[in-house]
Design a binder for this molecule. Structure first.
Ligand SMILES: [Zn+2]
Length: 493
């Protein structure tokens, strides 16, 4: 009897799995014939560097706290297609932006540090180059130096992400119609009275102007850029900072990511064949490397404003547009919850921070360091500044003690790039005192960090418009290329 039951059970299991596979196979067989690949004339790809679900959720929780609700979703949360994406590189499970960017831009895995080349250094064709084959207008935008890894993989090829002068030269010859962001120092010569990293006497901006580009160089041209009305067929290079653009929280006199995106769409949409535009919120990553939660939130919200600009264009051209929002990897091991605050969270208090760790390090704190020694430096001197810049009131004895030992590290000539393992765990190679400040504020709010580097947790991808269904599910970052190229009508074979 017992044996009979077992046989019956086994048969039922076999029958049910057959059903699933039969169903699957059936489905498989049908799919290729039935579905006509939806095409898009306009493609906007927005990448939050270092942005995964934690960075998104932190920004939403902060916005919610500001509005008196539990959470307030980003605009792209309402996109119809959502998926999770793996990010590993060919030589490391935890990727860098160069390998991840190359995977998204070319569909190929490569080594960390590679700019759209394979392991042998052979260039890999990018979405921008495929778009140019289709006579689409093209654009790249970033809040980082435009020669930094993510924008670089779309418009240049190099065996090393560090060769930014060569990457700039590649970009100058790339034919890309709209190049906007930071990083004029890798393009300009020495006779402009501005900071330059070029020593070869070449001024790539002048060369691009000879090619017909209109140029906007440095913060001093921000108002000119804002009043510029794009005309069809114009080619533009707009580099509004020597290096990376400032963090949103620091409110510098520079165009925002949303403004750079809006001008780009305005210009490129005048092309009769359509366009491909890549927009990067590049400094979410930098803020998370430094474990500065509020600065990361500020740049994530600024990124969302750029997404809203793209979504508004989609609303005007729903049958011809694809908008994709993704990240290249997670940074910092950010999590919404911290041992010290157990089940509690208080993201609203982050709103009292009005400056980034970067501007505080190189501004007020640098001035304090210059005027003091390890013998006469005291946390009490800095309390007014911590209250006004970070909202750090009523500090406990243990918080003061942590700050005092960090201050001694900072003033004691313990150079930032400390070799002491303990120091690295505490301060991640950043200014010890400032790291302790943001750590205390983040812990009070209930934010936790596990690293000063990238992590390998999957990132979230969102899409709306033509062919967006392809972005549902669990897939790899190389599939983002495969989907976008198919929807753009590229024949990659
Ligand atoms: Zn990074």
């Amino acid at each position: 009897m017992k044996k009979l039951t077992m046989t019956l059970v086994l048969l039922m299991m076999l029958f049910s799995s057959f059903l699933i596979t039969a169903e699957g196979v059936q489905e498989q067989a049908m799919a290729p014939a039935a579905v006509q690949q939806e095409q898009a004339k306009y493609v906007i790809l927005l990448i939050g560097d270092g942005m995964s679900t934690a960075q998104i959720a932190a920004a939403e929780a902060y916005l919610g706290a500001q509005r008196g609700v539990m959470t307030s979703p980003m605009s792209f949360q309402s996109f119809t297609a959502q998926g999770l994406t793996t990010t590993y590189a060919s030589d490391r499970f935890i990727t860098d932006s160069a390998a991840a960017g190359t995977a998204i831009a070319t569909g190929s895995k490569t080594y960390c540090g590679a700019i759209s080349v394979d392991e042998s250094g052979t260039p890999l064709k990018t979405l921008v180059e495929y778009a140019q084959d289709l006579d689409l207008a093209t654009g790249i935008v970033s809040t980082t130096r435009i020669t930094h890894a993510t924008p670089a993989v779309f418009a240049s090829h190099n065996v090393s992400r560090n060769e930014e002068n060569d990457i700039a030269a590649d970009m100058a010859d790339s034919g890309v119609d709209y190049i906007a962001g930071g990083g004029y120092r890798n393009f300009i010569g020495a006779d402009r009275g501005l900071k330059t990293k070029r020593t070869d006497g070449v001024d790539l901006i002048s060369e691009m102007e000879r090619q017909g580009y209109r140029s906007f160089v440095s913060e001093s041209m921000t108002d000119t850029f804002r009043s510029w009305n794009p005309r069809a067929g114009e080619k533009v290079v707009a580099l509004m900072g020597a290096s990376h653009l400032d963090y949103a929280i620091d409110e510098a006199h520079q165009p925002t990511l949303a403004e750079l995106t809006a001008k780009g769409i305005d210009l490129l949409s005048k092309d009769k064949d359509g366009f491909f535009l890549m927009v990067e919120g590049g400094r979410i990553d930098h803020a998370c490397h430094a474990n500065d939660g509020m600065t990361s939130i500020g740049d994530t919200l600024a990124f969302d404003e750029a997404v809203q600009v793209a979504a508004a264009f989609y609303q005007q051209h729903p049958n011809e547009t694809l908008v994709v929002v993704t990240g290249d990897h997670e940074t910092g091991g950010l999590t919404l919850g911290f041992a010290g605050t157990k089940y509690e969270s208080a993201y609203g208090m982050l709103g009292d921070q009005s400056i980034s760790y970067e501007n505080y390090t190189y501004g007020e704190f640098a001035a304090y360091k210059a005027a003091h020694t390890v013998q006469d430096a005291a946390v009490t001197d800095l309390i007014p500044s911590l209250e006004s810049n970070f909202g750090l009131y009523d500090m406990s004895e243990s918080e003061i003690a942590l700050l005092q030992s960090a201050l001694e590290r900072s003033l004691g000539g313990e150079v930032v790039k400390s070799t002491f393992a303990d120091d690295y765990l505490l301060y991640g190679g950043y200014e010890p005192f400032v790291m302790e400040v943001t750590h205390i504020l983040n812990r009070r709010a209930g934010l936790g960090w596990t690293s000063y580097s990238h992590t390998a947790v999957p990132i979230a991808t969102f899409a709306i418009g033509q062919g967006s269904d392809a972005f549902m599910g669990y897939y790899d970052n190389t599939d983002i290329f495969t989907n976008i190229s198919a929807i753009m009508g590229v024949d990659t074979l």
